[in-house]
Design a binder for this molecule. Structure first.
Ligand SMILES: Nc1nc2c(ncn2[C@@H]2O[C@H](COP(=O)(O)OP(=O)(O)OP(=O)(O)O)[C@@H](O)[C@H]2O)c(=O)[nH]1
Ligand SMILES: [Mg+2]
Length: 233
């Protein structure tokens, strides 16, 4: 896609990827209102097969426009300040490659992410199967919040097989399922907001669990294992 400037290497959201008027440079992004108040920051990782619309969703969220071209991603990073409930937060979106050749980069993003938007295309049931297979490689240690996103809802007129299968899969993962269109913007803000909400719920649960544990006992692992089997957490 033509819009964002792309980092050439493995820029894991630690330097500015693509900044627009709603985004802040990494140094300034966590402050708000001029009073130096820190906003919480959440890292959302976009995963799914190539061509399902991960970049289109990310760009629709950040730039309010739809990009028609498919320019396969290697890795991009975006920051956006989001208004949520009584306070705001900074969302760092890590847009990963659907192409298998960049799997190692995707695994690195998953390891540093706070939550995942698992994207498939509603008009392509095979992309749901692809996502399910991808998810299976993350192993039993993967406990990050996840939202299942059925994109391209503008291309389907009736709730078909992909919709039913996605609802069943989301239920088995204990994850919310949301339908989006990066073209019409339907459900886009909702999908990202839902993930932030899931991350917040997860963190609260972790904090409670940590409080309830006797001192010296470590909490649950949050991070994933690398596909080669080594720990990347
Ligand atoms: N009609 C329609 N087309 C979409 C939608 N989202 C994405 N597309 C189109 O689908 C193609 C692929 O979109 P991308 O966002 O580049 O796909 P991606 O998942 O980022 O692909 P990789 O970077 O290769 O992993 C582009 O031509 C987009 O214009 C949508 O909601 N509706
Ligand atoms: Mg992309």
């Amino acid at each position: 896609m033509a819009l964002p400037t792309k980092p050439s290497g493995p820029n894991l959201g630690l330097s500015s990827g693509s900044l627009n008027s709603q985004e802040k440079s990494p140094g300034a992004r966590a402050r708000s209102g001029g009073a130096g108040k820190q906003l919480p920051e959440y890292k959302a990782v976009m995963v799914g097969a190539s061509g399902v619309g991960k970049s289109a969703l990310t760009i629709q969220l950040n730039y309010q426009r739809f990009v028609e071209d498919h320019d396969p991603t290697i890795q991009d990073s975006y920051w956006k300040e989001m208004a949520l409930g009584r306070g705001g937060c900074v969302l760092n979106v890590l847009d990963t490659a659907g192409q298998a050749t960049h799997r190692a980069l995707r695994d690195q993003c998953l390891a540093i992410g706070d939550g995942v938007l698992g994207v498939f295309a509603l008009d392509d049931p095979s992309s749901l199967v692809h996502l399910e297979q991808m998810r299976a490689t993350w192993g039993p240690h993967f406990t990050q919040p996840l939202v299942l996103v059925g994109n391209k809802c503008d291309l389907v007129t009736t709730a078909g097989d992909a919709h039913a299968a996605a609802e069943a899969l989301a239920q088995s993962w204990g994850a919310p399922f949301v339908e989006t269109s990066a073209k019409t913007r339907q459900g886009v803000e909702e999908a990202f907001s839902l993930l932030i909400h899931e991350i917040q719920k997860f963190r609260e649960a972790m904090a409670k669990e940590a409080k309830a544990k006797p001192r010296g006992v470590k909490g649950r692992r949050q991070k994933v294992m690398c596909h080669c089997g080594c720990s990347v957490a």
